[in-house]
Design a binder for this molecule. Structure first.
Ligand SMILES: C[S@@+](CC[C@H](N)C(=O)[O-])C[C@H]1O[C@@H](n2cnc3c(N)ncnc32)[C@H](O)[C@@H]1O
Length: 187
């Protein structure tokens, strides 16, 4: 068990995502960064598409997948808002890890408008009983506004079609990371 707040958040997100793992299905890593989440998905899904706008991140993920022996990963150096141009099949899980890459360029962060566009596309690609998992980091200025907009969008989703669940670390500051899970109830 992990005790650092970021590790704890990742651990909780993965514990839920694990329930949706299926070798017969496709998953999307919408923010692949160094590729750690991509590899986690590649171990559990039949096919994985991984997106990042940073060429260095896409290259690191490609290298990690190849050197780890995964041939089921397609890495795309493009914004996740363009996901629909590359993924034509239905997907079982889409994972977003918002914000900036730890140890990387903090000026390259996910942006509210493109994040919302990408989540809408992810929802349109989702299989019945599929999951979209979004980890949000309100501890930096854009992150707080992004979290607010993402939660507003989730609250407005059709209640007959989706279940939206979020974590809230009630004994931690408001800057603590939160996870939003969206599942599709009907096909
Ligand atoms: C928190 S990091 C992801 C960490 C990653 N999941 C890992 O396991 O290393 C967020 C990533 O999102 C990327 N990003 C920012 N805007 C993006 C966009 N529009 N489309 C795809 N990736 C984006 C950043 O370049 C950064 O690498």
């Amino acid at each position: 068990m992990e005790n650092n707040i970021l590790s704890k958040t990742t651990e909780l997100a993965k514990a839920i995502c694990e329930k949706y793992a299926d070798k017969g299905k496709t998953a999307v890593d919408a923010t692949c960064g160094n590729g750690h989440d991509t590899i986690w998905l590649a171990e559990r899904f039949g096919r994985v598409y991984a997106f990042d706008i940073q060429e260095s991140a896409a290259e690191a993920t490609r290298h990690l997948a190849e050197s780890s022996g995964f041939d089921n990963v397609t890495v795309i150096n493009d914004g996740h808002q363009n996901m629909g141009n590359y993924v034509s099949e239905k997907v079982g899980l889409v994972m977003f890890n918002l914000g900036y890459l730890p140890g990387g360029d903090k000026n390259v962060v996910t942006e509210t408008a493109t994040t919302l566009e990408a989540i809408e596309t992810a929802l349109s690609l989702m299989e019945k009983d599929g999951l979209v998992c979004i980890t949000m980091y309100p501890g930096h200025p854009q992150g707080a506004a992004e979290k607010k907009a993402v939660l507003e969008m989730a609250a407005s989703l059709n209640k007959g079609k989706y279940h939206c669940v979020r974590t809230d670390m009630v004994n931690q500051p408001e800057t603590a990371p939160e996870i939003l899970f969206i599942t599709l109830k009907v096909g």
